[in-house]
Unconditional design. Sequence first.
Length: 475
Amino acid sequence: MKRSLPCLLVVLTGCAQLPHDLPARPAMKTPETTTTLAALTAVAGQDTERHRLPEPWWISFESADLTRLIEMAIKDAPDLAAAQARLRAAEQAARLARLDAGVHYDTDASSIRQHLSKNGLFPPPMGGSTFTQTDITQNFSYTLDWWGKNRALVQAAGNELQAARDESAAINQSLTAAVADTYFAWAGVETQLVASRSLEAVHRKEHDLLKARFDLGLDSALPLIDARKNLDLDEDRIHGLTYLGRSLRYRMSALIGADPDHAADLPTPDLKTTLAPLPTRLPLDWLARRPDVAALHSRVEAASDRSDAARADFYPNLDLRMMVGLETLDLGKLLQAGSLTASIGPALHLPIFNSQTLKAKLGMREADYAAAVAAYNRTILQAARQAADAYALIASLEHRSQAQRQALRETEQTRALASQRHRLGLANPLDAFEADAAVLDQRMNGIDIQTARLRARVALYKALGGNTLLKDPVP
């Protein structure tokens, strides 16, 4: 006990003082949804049954072309290749951290030809002689890690590895969502282009009839001018849609890792697809499981671990070191027992005289932690907003779609009556053309709504983090 007391005093007096001016650590946020996002919040006290979409989630749209394009993107996208490279680097970093926490091995071998001066430190006959010194040593060292520095660094590397995995999954998720969103936007444009050409054909028939009536002196020039304006608008719309379709084709080509020359080989997308029913309530506690949010959470944990390792540097630590080797001036005697050399002993590290540097390092680590928490809080709040926006947009589009379908039915009934009256000679043929144009206008409005519905569904799946959805509460 008397012998251990001086050692304890050395350890205690060798500690560096932790700084007292470090700011308080920020808290990690959880979105408040009781009021502002009540439509997305689960009913309190009721259980929810977890439901997964078909694996993978885009299969739910039942589009073979979309599935094929997404598979091509996952296979050849440069962003995913870069993410996989970062993941492999993180795996090696975690492996190095585990190795650094264990026993360190170091093997040295040297053979030096040396001539000593006669007038130097060693007198003759050693002075003035020439000899070859051969050394082979195996060094062992191990840090006792009393304060958990190595454990914290290993945990930090593990959290960084998990963050790399989650980031790879987040890139995969963003890429697949971008392909699906581009696919449906492109499909909407192509469908609108077909409808616009049909509308142009109707307006051209109307224009031709009005011109004939004007030439016969049956009508004034005003209806003909209006008909010409309609044709000009149709032409402008067709040109705009043609360019937009070509632009979306190029965007899709880039997403799947192909060059623009191969864009023409892509299949023309189809807007007809299946939309699975959504639950009426979506709890938001799963937002933390989104890949990008989970990656930032792992970054926060890694930053905390590195800060703990920096705190451990304020306390003394003890290394155990051992050396075993062979040393000789005569290479022929290298393997003889007399050439054996060895050493063993502890090495005590006292940080008391390095406190300013340690304080600066700890301050940096705490700042890194605060930045990681801020990034996490920003992302999880953004994720909540994205989910709320997507779900609210879907709900709004469902109401608009119902109203549009009703308007289309009424417009088609009006067209049927106009066609019947025209066949009976009771109505002007212009009335039938106007009815046809009204039906096409309603169908084009329906195409816009259907495109928006599909893209909103993709946005919701992305906000949900992939395949996870929740059913309505089970009674």
